[in-house]
Design a protein around this ligand. Structure first.
Ligand code: PEP
Ligand code: MN
Length: 339
């Protein structure tokens, strides 16, 4: 349920409505816009049917939210969510942001080299996994906290923002120290405990779509995070499993405009995991931008043949330069820009 307050509503009006909602055992989310304040009742809203909220002083209108996801829905919030970092980088605005870097942090030298190259090409965010969700327990699992330290060093040296994946709530304190964006990987999209935990911190979260998740399940996972207070969520389309075997996954570009219509959250496209093939990354990055994404995530490696993970889908830095040049053209054709 959404309760839109009149522009002249007083803080007391707001409190009275909020108390009435809480008295029914529901939570309240307050969203203050330029002209109006909007209250969201969080929980099973059927209990509110017997409360005449429309008759409370200061209330302009009351709306039922039809979608099962509430806080992340466009019904709840019309304007796009902008995620802004202290260095001025914004995700969700007219400028498309690019996150690039190796699948896994392998060494300090490797990370610094790739960081410098992607920065030079225009990326503002460095990606790199320190904790890797590998299909086999016998393959490289990531450098762990040492990898986080390399990321912090690269951030310090280059001024790039940093994103890395969190797999276990026990690593959350370290994440808070080292990273600017917390990535929740596809395999953990429905790890609800983890979602609640990142919902309680104040750091942006990149939520990757599950391997076989529908768009509704994807948005419900985002709702788990938002329901605990953290509304700074970026949704990542990274391909889903289909019967097709020519590519690692099927990059579902339908999801981009569908998500943009259903939610106010920024949408990112990952053509690296979405295809699993480096030769398809540039065309699908172009397509993602044409479809209306707000950001891209691209795997870049100095020597893909020797990569510890995902070498087959990683671009060499020269190819990443080409990607940036090409997506810049597409962005300008659709009224956006890329740094
Ligand atoms: C990654 O970004 O390296 C990764 C493991 O992605 P996903 O969770 O989409 O497979
Ligand atoms: Mn990867």
């Amino acid at each position: 349920m959404i309760i839109v307050m009149k522009p002249e509503a007083t803080p007391q009006d707001l409190e009275r409505v909020s108390d009435a909602i809480k008295a029914k055992g529901l939570g309240v989310n307050v969203s203050r816009g330029k002209e109006r304040t909007v209250l969201g009742a969080i929980g099973d809203e059927r209990v509110l049917l017997e409360v005449p909220l429309g008759a409370f002083p200061g209330v302009e209108s009351v709306h039922k939210i039809l979608q099962p996801f509430k806080l992340v829905s466009r019904e709840f919030r019309k304007q796009d969510t902008l995620i802004t970092f202290p260095n001025g980088v914004t995700i969700g605005g007219p400028e498309i942001q690019v996150m690039a870097g190796p699948c896994a942090v392998e060494s300090e030298e490797q990370l610094l080299y790739v960081a410098e190259r992607v920065k030079k090409a225009g990326a503002k965010i460095l990606r790199g996994g320190a904790f890797k969700p590998r299909t086999s327990p016998y393959t490289f699992q990531g450098l762990g906290e040492e990898g986080l330290e390399h990321l912090a060093k690269a951030r310090e040296k280059t001024g790039l923002l940093v994103i890395t994946e969190l797999m276990d709530p026990r690593d959350l304190p370290a994440m808070m120290k080292y990273t600017d964006i917390i990535q929740i990987g596809a395999r953990n999209m429905q790890n609800f405990r983890l979602l609640f935990d990142v919902g309680e911190v104040s750091k942006p979260v990149l939520l990757k779509r599950g391997l076989s998740a529908t768009i509704k399940e994807f948005l419900m996972a985002a709702e788990y995070i938002a329901s605990r207070g953290n509304q700074e969520i970026i949704l990542c389309e990274r391909g889903i499993r289909t019967f097709e075997t020519m590519t690692r996954n099927t990059l579902d570009l339908n999801a981009v405009p569908v998500l943009k219509s259903l939610t106010h959250l920024p949408v990112l496209v990952d053509p690296s995991h979405g295809t699993g093939r480096w030769d398809l990354v540039i065309p699908m990055a172009r397509a993602g931008v044409a479809a209306g994404c707000d950001a891209l995530m691209v795997e870049v490696h100095n020597n893909p043949e020797q990569a510890f993970s995902d070498g087959e889908e990683s671009l060499i830095p020269d190819k990443f330069d080409q990607l940036m040049a090409e997506v810049r053209k597409v962005a300008s054709a659709v009224g956006r820009s890329v740094a």
